[in-house]
Structure formats: C-alpha cells, structure tokens
Write a protein that binds this ligand. Structure first.
Ligand code: PBG
Length: 326
C-alpha cells in the first residue's frame, strides 16, 4: 500500500465536484416520514411550545397538510392522535370513530399517493398516560396486547397503509399480525418500534401528544439505554413475529444500535429522530449557536449512513425543501 506522500486522501476532497462524485451516502426525499399530531375540532393549528414548527392540528388542517407533504415528494406520514376524552383503558384508541380512524379516512378520501402510517399505543388515550392497562402501578402486558390488537385492526379498517406499534409490550407484533390477517389485511405491513429505549429525548413529544405518565416512567417496558445486545433480541423477536420493517428509536444517540441491527438482520430499518433531537437542533439554531439547516442535513445523513433506510423526522418538510434546492 502506498504511503504519504504518494497517498493523499485530500485529493478527493479538492473541490465540490469531486466530493459529489465520491459521496457514499445520499439522503433523498424517499427516506423521509413526517409525524403529525391530530386533535379534535376544526381549523385548529396550535404550535407545540417545545417544538417550533410542529403543530397540533385538527383533521381538516391535517388533510391540507398531507396534500402539501405529498406535493413536496415525501412518501409517508405517521399519525398520532389526541382524543377528546381519556380513560383508564384508552378506549379512544380503538373506537371505530376515534380521532385517528376519522383522520385516516379523511386523508384517504382526498390524498392519493401518500402512505398513512398509524402509531399504535395507548399512552395518548389513557387517563394515567401509561402505554397499557394497569393493575395498581403495574402495566399489564397480555391484557394490553388485546387492546393494541383492536386498535391496530381499527386503524387498518379505516384505511391505514402501515401499522406501527410503539408500545413495547411483549408479543404484540405476532398478535397484531394474526388479527390483521384474520380480518383480511394480509397485505398491510407492520413497522414495529422494535428497539425503543426509555429516553429523555422524548420530552417534547409528551407536550405534543399530551401523553406524559401521571406517575412513574416507562422503564418497565422500554429499553435501558445502556443495552445493545438486548436490542438484537428485541429486533429478532419482532422479525420472528412478522414485522416487515423494524425501527430503532431514538436515532442520533443510538447510531451504533441502528448499525448493529441493520448488519445483523438486513431488514428494512427505520430510525426515529425524536422530539428532543429536533428540539435541541431548533433551539441551538434559533440562538445562532449552530447552523440549523446544516446540522439538520448532517444529522439525517448520519442516521442514514448508520444503516437506516427511512427516517421519521420532524424536519421532513424542511429537509425535502432543502433537497429540492440542491
Ligand atoms: C408512544 C410514542 C412516543 C413517541 C412515539 N410514540 C412517546 C413515548 O414513548 O413516550 C416519541 C416520539 C418523539 O419523542 O418524537 N406512543
């Protein structure tokens, strides 16, 4: 192997044309999934304080937003619902006329190509803000799975294109797959939040989705951020149960996990650049401490470089506009 001075790695960084030629990772609009928060009412568009540029929107506004997202060339949105009433068992989640079910129907009526992914969890719908039904302070696994199954089927019935369980209960992917198949939704893919860590980076989301737990935390079902081998076991069990796409969440602080999961299973892999990641970049950008646009693209490109085939990000629209200008 040639050594310096024969070998000079800087030759291929000489100008932007050569840099463009040797670039290994290219972010495209097809990589992006845009999260949306739906609230009851009409004509509502309320900014989330900790997430500038992200809004809670009523169904009518979400439909208009989806038209714009489609026009920008973003292939998919993921929906989160905030119901008008919450109860102990999260019945708004599997109500055939619930907020998400109504929203999916409305989008499907007016927007042609956009894929509609629905987040399946109970935390936005329970009065206690936990992801499942409780016995005392314990989140019951198997009882919760039954409700998640109902939620998933009702989303599919409303017309959801992809079902995304985010609850981290054991066995839910298999149960949801079985129920979708039995109800005639054999072609509806499951994107499972397979590797979801108990993370401080979800803080702003809980403002947006009004889903902060009333007591305790999510550490009895979400993963310990110190663990990496366990991530492979989580991914493996979801794949065995029938997940079509597996997700790692959060993204930026877990690039090693994205890499290991992609290397080991070679599955279509999604990564979620979560609310806290977005909020930090936005806040620092606003203060002119960093160049927001540059850091946005750098962070998304790094997530893709680590192995993600698709990225759920609140920057989706900004990134699409940036890519159009390139
Ligand atoms: C659960 C869910 C959460 C997020 C996505 N789905 C919150 C949680 O687990 O507490 C977080 C997304 C984000 O922070 O952007 N329904």
């Amino acid at each position: 192997m040639a050594l310096f001075p024969t070998k000079r790695l800087r030759r291929l960084r000489y100008n932007s044309t050569v840099r463009d030629m040797v670039r290994e990772t290219i972010l495209t609009k097809n990589d992006l999934i845009y999260p949306l928060f739906v609230v009851p009412g009409t004509k509502i568009k309320k900014e989330v304080k900790s997430m500038p540029g992200v809004f809670q929107m009523s169904v009518d506004v979400v439909v208009e937003e989806c038209k714009e997202v489609e026009k920008l060339g973003i292939p998919a949105v993921i929906l989160f619902g905030i119901p008008d009433h919450k109860d102990e068992v999260g019945s708004g989640a599997y109500d055939p006329n619930g907020i998400i079910q109504q929203t999916v129907r409305a989008i499907k009526k007016d927007v042609r190509k956009l894929l509609v992914i629905t987040d399946v969890c109970l935390c936005e719908y329970t009065s206690h803000g936990h992801c499942g039904v409780l016995h005392g302070e314990e989140i019951l696994n198997d009882e919760t799975v039954q409700l998640l199954v109902k939620e998933a089927v009702s989303h599919a019935e409303a017309g959801a294109d992809i079902i995304a369980p985010s609850d981290m209960m054991d066995g839910r992917v298999g149960a949801i797959r079985k129920a979708l198949d039995e109800n005639g939704f054999t072609n509806t893919p499951i994107m499972s939040y397979a590797v979801k860590y108990a993370s401080g980076f979800y803080g702003p989301f809980r403002d947006a989705a009004e889903s902060a737990p009333a007591f305790g935390d999510r550490r009895s079902h979400q993963m310990d951020s110190a663990n990496s081998n366990e991530a492979l076991r989580e991914a493996e069990s979801d794949i065995e149960e029938g997940a079509d796409i597996i997700m790692v969440k959060p993204a930026g602080a877990y690039l090693d996990i994205i890499w290991r999961v992609k290397e080991k299973f070679g599955m279509p892999t999604a990564a979620y650049q979560v609310s806290g990641e977005y909020a930090m970049i936005k806040a620092a950008g606003k203060n002119n401490w960093i160049d927001e646009e540059r850091v946005m693209i750098e962070s998304l490109t790094s997530i893709k470089r680590a192995g993600a085939d698709m990225i759920l990000t609140y920057f989706a629209k900004d990134a699409a506009k940036f890519l159009d200008r390139m």
